[in-house]
Design a protein around this ligand. Structure first.
Ligand code: BGC
Length: 713
C-alpha cells in the first residue's frame, strides 16, 4: 500500500520525458555487448532520460552514475544490469556444462554466488537465466543454455532464478533475474544466430515454452525478448507472446525488456517502416523497457501527441520499472548494493572458488574410457599437449562478465599443481586453435615421445561459441585433428580432453581414442577440477544435457524425437533414415560415464494398471560392480504409446543420483502421478489421456529397460 501511494505520487509528479526516461535502458562502456553504444550517459542520466544502465559495474563506477541520477529533477535511482551468465568475478562452468551436473542445488548456489558478487559490484540485475531450449549444436548460444530437454531445462531455470533473487530482492546479495530470450531464440533456421524461427504452436507449448514459464513461476521479475520473429512478428512486437501468453496466461506481472536494439531492428525485419512504427509496435505488444534503441524516448512523445499511443500504456510500463526499483530497496538506499567492503571480501573468495571447483567437477562428462586409461597415476612422465592445454582464457569460456583470466587455472597449471614433483610434465602447444604450426608440432612430437602417457587438450576457443558464433562445421579444427593424428602415431597411450561450448562432432575421435573426457569451459577453477578427475581424486559424474551428433547433417536433433509413420529401420529402404549415418547421437542425451561400472536390473512397475488419481512406483535395482564407491545418475523416461497427438519416443520425467559403496546393490524408485503423463493436446492445453505407457530406466536416454503399464480411470 505504502509502495503504491509512493509510486503513484511519483508518477503524478513526473513529466512525460521523465516517464519515458524510466523506460530507456542504456549501455555503458565498461563492456561491449552489441553494435550501438549509448554515448555519454551522464547528461541523459542528469536530465532524467535514462532509467537504467548496463555494462557498468564496480562500486565506484556505479556510485558515480547513481550520484548523477540522484541529482536529476526527480532523483529516481538507476538500476544497474549486466550479463552475469556463469559467474561475475568467480566464473563457474558455462551453463551448458553446469547443466550436465543435473544438480539443482549446485546450480542454485552458483547463481546465488554470482548474484552476490555482482551485487557487491553495484549491480542489481543480471541478464540470466538464458533458458532457450536448443536442439541444434550449430547455434553458438547453446553454450549459454541448459541443453535440449524442456523438463530438465525448466528445473534448472527455476533453480537459477531462486539463486539470484533469494527470498527478497531487498536482501543483501539478491539480484533481479532476467529470463531470456523470450521466445524460441534457440530454434533459428539452420542454427544461424538471429535467424528466422518458424514453429508450430504445439511445439512451442510442449518443448520451448516450459523453461520460460518455470522461471516465471519461480518468481523471475524480468523477461528479455528475443531477436527472432514468431509467426512472422518480431518477438519485441508480438502482442500474443508478450501480453496474451506471458501476462494473461502465465500471470507475469514484472518488467519486459527488449534485447539489444531489438526495437529498431524491426526495420530490418521489414515489419516496421521507421523508428516510430517500431516504438509503437513494441509498446503496444507489452514491452516496458527499450534496450539501447532509444526510440521510446525519441518517438513516443509524437505518438502520444497524435493519439497513436496513450498515456496509460506509458504509466503502466513506468509503474513496473519503478516497482522493481522499490522492491530492490533503491528508494530507501540507492547505494544499497554497491559495497567496496563486500567486493573485497566476496569477489573470488575461498568459498566461491571452492564452489566453482565443485561445479567444474560435476560438469565434466566422461564420454568414453574403454581401456580404462583414466584415471592416471601421478608418476613417470606425462605430456600435456594442445592449443587449449594452457589457456586460462579459454577455460573461462564465452560471456565471462567481469571474470579475469589472470585468476583462472588452465588444465596444464591444474595438472602441474596436482602432480607436484611426483611426475615429470612436458608441455607443448602443438598448433594454434585454428592454425597449424610446424615447429610447435615438432615440439609436441618430442614431448609425446618422452612421455609415458599423452593428455591432449583440444577444442574450441571461447570465441568459437556464444553469441554470433554459429558454425556449419562442428568438428575439431583441421589443425587440431592433424595434431591428434600425430600424437596417436607415437603409439603412446593418449587421452583426449575436449573443451567446447557446444556438442561437437567427435565421430573421428571416437574411433581413434579409447578415452575422451569432455570439459566444456569450466571457469576459474577449471584446471584444478580437471586435474582432480584426471588423477582420480574425484570421479567424473556429469551427464550430457545435449546429445553429441555423429554428423552435423543430423542437426537439429533430439532424443525426444517422434516415431514418424516410417520409424527408423536400417534394413528398410523407405524408413526415416539417412543413407550415410545412423539416426541416433554418437553420445546421447543423458550419457556420461564414471570410474566405475554398474549393472542395472529390470525396470519394474508397482502395478500394470494405474488409476488417474493414483501414483505408480517405477523401480530398478542398480549394483556397483567396482571395488570403490561410485556415483550414478539413474534416469526415468516415459512414452505414451497412443495419443490424440503424436508423442516423443521417450521423455525424461525423473532422475536420481546415487552414491554406491563397492559391490552395493540398491533399489531406486520413482513415483509418478498422472500429471507426469500429461501433454499438450490438440487444443494446445494440457491433457491426460488413458492408455498404455512405457516406463524406462537406464544410465542415459539410449540404454533403457522398459516396463509397460496402463493408465485407466
Ligand atoms: C544478447 C543478450 C544480452 C544483451 C545485453 C544481446 O546481444 O542477446 O543475451 O543480455 O545483448 O548485453
Amino acid at each position: 500500500m505504502r509502495k503504491q501511494i509512493f509510486l503513484q505520487d511519483l508518477i503524478n509528479r513526473m513529466s512525460m520525458e521523465e516517464k519515458l526516461g524510466q523506460l530507456n535502458l542504456l549501455t555503458g562502456a565498461m563492456d561491449s555487448t552489441g553494435m550501438k553504444n549509448s554515448g555519454d550517459l551522464v547528461p541523459k542520466i542528469r536530465n532524467g532520460t535514462c532509467g537504467a544502465v548496463f555494462n557498468v559495474f564496480t562500486p565506484s563506477a556505479t556510485r558515480t552514475l547513481q550520484d548523477v541520477a540522484l541529482e536529476s529533477p526527480m532523483g529516481i535511482p538507476l538500476i544497474f544490469g549486466y550479463d552475469v551468465i556463469h559467474g561475475h568475478r568467480t566464473i563457474y562452468p558455462i551453463p551448458l556444462g553446469l547443466s550436465c551436473s543435473w544438480n539443482l542445488d549446485l546450480v542454485r548456489r552458483c547463481a546465488q554466488m554470482a548474484g552476490a558478487e555482482a551485487a557487491a559490484d553495484g549491480l542489481h540485475w543480471v541478464y540470466s537465466p538464458m533458458v532457450d531450449i536448443s536442439q541444434d549444436a550449430r547455434w553458438g548460444r547453446v553454450a549459454e543454455g541448459s541443453g535440449e530437454d524442456p523438463w530438465l531445462g525448466s528445473k534448472i531455470a527455476a533453480a537459477m532464478v531462486t539463486g539470484y533473487q533469494g527470498a527478497s530482492l531487498a536482501e543483501d546479495g539478491s539480484v533481479v533475474a532476467c529470463v531470456k530470450h523470450f521466445a524460441l531464440y534457440g530454434a533459428p533456421m539452420g542454427g544461424r544466430d538471429y535467424n528466422t524461427v518458424d514453429m508450430s504452436r504445439g511445439e512451442m507449448e510442449e518443448t520451448y515454452f516450459p523453461p520460460y514459464r518455470a522461471a516465471i513461476e519461480a518468481g523471475a521479475r524480468t523477461v528479455m525478448t528475443s531477436f527472432n520473429e514468431i509467426d512472422g512478428i518480431p518477438a519485441s512486437a508480438n502482442r500474443w507472446l508478450l501480453t496474451e501468453k506471458l501476462r494473461t496466461d502465465w500471470g507475469f506481472n514484472g518488467c519486459v525488456v527488449t534485447d539489444y536494439t531489438a526495437v529498431t531492428e524491426m526495420k530490418s525485419h521489414g515489419t516496421s517502416a521507421n523508428d516510430a512504427d517500431a516504438a509503437k509496435q513494441s509498446l503496444d505488444a507489452g514491452v516496458d523497457m527499450d534496450m539501447v534503441s532509444e526510440v521510446f524516448i525519441t518517438e513516443l512523445p509524437q505518438l502520444l501527441a497524435t493519439g497513436d499511443v496513450c498515456e496509460t500504456q506509458i504509466n503502466t510500463a513506468v509503474m513496473r520499472v519503478l516497482e522493481l526499483k522499490w522492491d530492490l530497496g533503491l528508494f530507501e538506499n540507492p547505494y544499497s548494493h554497491c559495497n567496496e567492503e563486500h567486493a573485497r571480501t566476496r569477489h573470488l573468495c575461498k568459498e566461491n572458488r571452492e564452489l566453482s571447483r565443485l561445479a567444474a567437477l560435476e560438469s565434466v562428462v566422461l564420454l568414453k574410457n574403454e581401456s580404462q586409461l583414466l584415471p592416471l597415476t601421478k608418476q613417470g612422465s606425462i605430456a600435456v599437449i594442445g592449443p587449449l592445454a594452457d589457456s586460462r582464457r579459454d577455460m573461462l569460456g564465452c560471456w565471462v562478465a567481469a571474470g579475469d583470466e589472470m585468476q583462472a587455472c588452465s588444465a596444464f597449471e591444474g595438472i602441474c599443481e596436482a602432480v607436484g614433483d611426483r611426475a615429470v610434465i612436458h608441455f607443448a602447444k602443438g598448433c594454434d586453435i585454428q592454425k597449424e604450426n610446424d615447429s610447435w608440432l615438432a615440439d609436441a612430437k618430442i614431448a609425446a615421445s618422452c612421455a609415458d602417457v599423452v593428455l591432449l587438450v583440444l577444442g574450441e576457443s571461447w570465441q568459437m561459441n556464444g553469441e554470433a558464433a554459429s558454425r556449419t562445421n562442428i568438428k575439431l579444427p583441421k589443425c587440431q585433428r592433424k595434431l591428434a593424428a600425430e600424437m596417436l602415431k607415437t603409439g603412446k597411450p593418449c587421452v583426449l580432453i575436449t573443451m567446447s561450448g557446444r556438442p561437437l562432432d567427435l565421430s573421428w575421435e571416437d574411433k581413434k581414442f579409447s578415452s575422451i573426457l569432455h570439459a566444456w569451459a569450466l571457469g576459474t577453477e577449471g584446471g584444478r577440477a580437471l586435474a582432480d578427475i584426471i588423477f582420480g581424486t574425484a570421479a567424473p559424474i556429469g551427464k550430457l544435457t545435449m546429445g553429441f551428433p555423429r554428423h552435423v547433417g543430423q542437426l537439429p536433433m533430439t532424443y525426444r524425437e517422434k516415431s514418424t509413420g516410417r520409424p527408423y529401420d536400417a534394413s528398410i529402404q523407405y524408413s526415416s533414415k539417412y543413407l550415410d549415418a545412423p539416426n541416433d547421437a554418437l553420445y546421447p542425451f543423458g550419457h556420461g560415464l564414471t570410474y566405475g561400472k554398474f549393472r542395472y536390473g529390470k525396470t519394474v512397475v508397482s502395478s500394470s494398471m494405474m488409476k488417474l488419481d493414483e501414483t505408480l512406483t517405477i523401480s530398478s535395482e542398480i549394483t556397483n560392480l567396482t571395488q570403490h564407491p561410485a556415483t550414478e545418475t539413474l534416469q526415468l523416461y516415459l512414452r505414451d504409446l497412443v495419443a490424440s497427438v503424436s508423442r516423443p519416443v521417450k521423455e525424461l520425467r525423473g532422475y536420481e543420483r546415487v552414491n554406491l559403496a563397492p559391490g552395493e546393490t540398491r533399489l531406486v524408485s520413482f513415483i509418478i502421478t498422472s500429471k507426469d503423463l500429461s501433454f499438450i493436446g490438440r487444443d494446445l492445453k494440457p491433457v491426460i489421456e488413458l492408455g498404455e505407457f512405457d516406463a524406462m530406466i537406464g544410465p542415459n536416454s539410449k540404454e533403457l529397460q522398459a516396463a509397460r503399464f496402463t493408465l485407466c480411470c
